[in-house]
Design a protein around this ligand. Structure first.
Ligand SMILES: [Zn+2]
Ligand SMILES: [Zn+2]
Length: 396
């Protein structure tokens, strides 16, 4: 295990170079050809079977060990966000309006590092490692497309374990943070349209004003959550958009709401869907208006397999010392399409602390901030952790 750390440290300069190259060229969505090209170049001399996916820019690279055994899957996501970068870094984005603000450039570079490290020990590995380079995590469901295109058949054997790392400035650099069970929320979008009857603002009695009805729906949904949802299995609905009307003296015909629905169990998720649908249609009906409610399902709840999580915790403790491994107290409200993979394979996602040493974890600009910066030294921890978890899983 100490060897893995040393080997990962040795790879750090090239891991940093690769990360900076990716950082300069952020791309979003499922079609990210420049990023895929950079990754393929970096993997070029390694003894890997490369499966280039066709529905997305995903790559599933297979390392076959020298001895037979199970298959383990390691994942790094590769996509960026549509937002301007304001970090002032000398390797800042060269694509205007796009930024690697979630650290996926670090994930990709770390996964390449792990592929190099494990390739160097190919003969001693009992089983196969699938390196999943995934596009479209930020709301585009890239993981789902890769699953549909046969990700889990990449080596010929379904993986028996799956592991992902996410960097965050939330935790001290080089710490490994995870929790068993629900770790990340499901995320669905809701759109409500309230149809009333337009008219003169001076005479609301002769119209059906959709604006107070929309406001009442928002308040009634928030109240229902406190009354209908089990406090020990929480959920959130936030309406982030309420749009109606054009001027001060006209009652509009329609008001529109858009919101997000988050939960940590499928039960609460279904209950939240029912609440918003029931309240929207019935509150509108009570005021002689009509509401339609459309729910667009997004990522499912991210559930870390308890046994696999305990196993990763143990592996990380052996690698870096127990003082660098911490349980995450509560789940994160963020969502991840890694949950699709964890629905099919026992697995876990660990948060790798990457807060720069001169900033304070929790106060530093966070993931998705236009000013977020990550400590690149943490990537040595990530490379060793990917490799350590894979080796340990295959030699159980
Ligand atoms: Zn993100
Ligand atoms: Zn992310």
């Amino acid at each position: 295990m100490a060897d893995l750390r040393a080997a990962a440290e040795e790879l750090l300069p090239e891991t940093v170079d690769l990360r900076r190259n990716l950082h300069r060229h952020p791309e979003i969505g499922n079609d990210i050809p420049i990023t895929r090209g950079i990754v393929l170049d970096a993997l070029e001399r390694l003894p890997l079977e490369l499966n280039l996916h066709e529905t997305t820019s995903g790559v599933a690279a297979v390392l076959r060990g020298g001895q037979p055994g199970e298959t383990v899957l390691l994942r790094g996501d590769m996509d960026a966000l549509a937002m301007p970068e304001e970090t002032g870094l000398d390797f800042a984005s060269e694509h205007d309006g796009f930024m690697h603000a979630c650290g996926h450039d670090l994930h990709t570079a770390m996964l390449v590092g792990a592929a190099k490290l494990l390739s160097s020990m190919q003969g001693d590995i009992a089983g196969n490692v699938v390196f999943m380079f995934q596009p479209g995590e930020e709301g585009h469901g890239g993981a789902k497309f890769m699953l549909e295109e046969g990700l889990l058949d990449s080596s010929g054997d379904t993986p028996t374990g799956a592991f992902a790392i996410h960097v965050t400035s939330w935790f001290a650099s080089g710490t490994v943070n995870l929790r068993p069970g629900p770790a990340m929320a499901s995320s669905d979008e809701v759109r409500v349209s309230v149809k009333g009857r337009g008219g003169h603002a001076s005479s609301p009695f002769a119209a059906v004003d959709p604006i107070p009805i929309a406001a009442e729906i928002v308040m009634a949904v928030e109240t229902a959550i406190t009354r209908r949802i089990n406090v020990f299995d929480p959920g959130v609905i936030t309406f982030g958009s309420l749009q109606a009307g054009t001027t001060n003296n006209v009652i509009p015909e329609e008001a529109r709401l858009m919101g997000t629905i988050r939960a940590f169990s499928e039960e609460t998720r279904a209950e939240l869907h029912a609440i918003v649908e029931r309240i929207a249609t019935n509150v509108a009906a009570a005021h002689t208006a009509q509401a339609t409610c459309e729910i667009r399902p997004g990522y499912p709840v991210g559930i870390n397999d308890p046994d696999f999580t305990a196993f990763v915790t143990e592996a990380a403790g052996d690698l870096f010392g127990e003082e660098r491994v911490a349980p995450v107290e509560s789940p994160m409200m963020g969502a991840e399409d890694w949950s699709y993979v964890m629905n099919d394979v026992p697995g876990a996602m660990a948060f790798l602390g990457a807060c720069p040493p001169d900033l304070i974890p929790g106060e530093a600009p966070m993931n998705h901030s236009n000013r977020v910066v990550f400590d690149e030294e943490a990537m040595a921890t990530g490379v060793a952790l990917y490799a350590g978890v894979a080796l340990r899983h295959l030699s159980r």
